[in-house]
Design a protein around this ligand. Structure first.
Ligand code: SF4
Length: 302
């Protein structure tokens, strides 16, 4: 698809850079959040389109406003001025050319904090090569290891093999460096436990132990709660049971995985973002620097 001609790619976007929200976020992994919060920028659109996406409003319904490259540069510098520990670029794969230009400008203007590429893991080698000199930390998902699962949950049946190659490249580029509890460089590998597919996590952990343990920091997440937009999709409406989490923790012991981060089971949806709201996250977890509804130009974008 030639997005430069104004056509929309599978990500839902043209070549117009769009952002939904930028602000300090205090709900990321502790080495990313640090004490002063992570400077997150949430881009509109996504290449994968997962059916259970908690950011569905922006990844699949197009909420967001158009910004120029120089506005993105100013957003990043503004986040750093507000005290951000890092710049955390969330699902920006389809805007890599714009982001690389903005990062180059921001660094020339003095941006000094680490840059985090917060990604689904569905990245090709060419993209990662382009990002290598601009990015310090990869905060990547590894959602599933079976194509039978990826085929039903997202647009990319080949997600498992593409993400495995991508993570190999990421750990080859960045060595884990955590100083005073804050990540300065390296790979954090996120995996979300899906209550209806527990064997997916068993297979993922075996793969992680064999391939990436010691090279990437594991972030294992049990907070899955069916997002509000899932009405009607009964198979995705299951919740995580405490005994499922306990079984996986026993498996960590059996596999000898001693280091990593665990996000516990959540009781309710109170943390679920609503990007129509400002801030989209609970106020205790976020502070706005930019919201698409405050942008004049946002009104022109559908
Ligand atoms: S990759 Fe992430 S942002 Fe994109 S649809 Fe899946 S969960 Fe949502």
């Amino acid at each position: 698809m030639n997005r430069r001609d104004g056509k929309r790619g599978i990500c839902g976007e043209t070549d117009l850079l769009r952002v939904a929200w930028a602000g300090l976020h205090f709900g990321e992994e502790p080495p990313v959040t640090g004490k002063r919060g992570s400077g997150t920028v949430f881009f509109t659109g996504c290449t994968l389109g997962c059916s259970f996406c908690q950011n569905y409003q922006i990844s699949q319904t197009g909420l967001g406003g158009g910004v120029s490259v120089s506005e993105l540069t100013e957003m990043m510098l503004g986040l750093e001025r507000q005290g951000a520990e890092n710049i955390n670029l969330v699902t920006g794969t389809h805007f890599v050319p714009h982001i690389v230009m903005a990062l180059g400008d921001a660094k020339r203007k003095g941006l000094a904090v680490p840059v985090v590429w917060n990604t689904s893991g569905y990245e090709n080698g060419e993209t990662l090569k382009l990002l290598e000199e601009h990015i310090d930390v990869y905060l990547t998902d590894m959602k599933c290891v079976d194509s039978s699962l990826s085929a039903g949950l997202m647009r990319a049946r080949d997600y498992p093999e593409v993400s495995i190659d991508a993570i190999d490249t990421m750990v080859g580029q960045k060595r884990l460096k955590i100083v005073d509890g804050r990540i300065e460089e390296g790979v954090i590998l996120r995996h979300l436990f899906l209550p209806w597919a527990p064997e997916n996590t068993v297979k993922f952990l075996r793969l992680f132990r064999k391939r990436w343990y010691g090279k990437a920091l594991l972030s294992l997440m049990f907070q899955y709660i069916p997002p509000s937009h899932l009405e009607g999709k009964e198979e995705l409406r299951e919740r995580v049971h405490k005994n499922q989490e306990e079984r996986i923790i026993r498996l960590l012991d059996e596999l000898g995985i001693e280091e990593g981060l665990i996000h516990d089971v959540e009781e309710d949806n109170s943390w679920e973002p609503d990007f129509l709201r400002n801030p989209p996250f609970p106020a205790s977890l976020s502070r706005t620097v930019w919201h698409y509804r405050g942008s004049q130009r946002a009104n022109r974008i559908v």
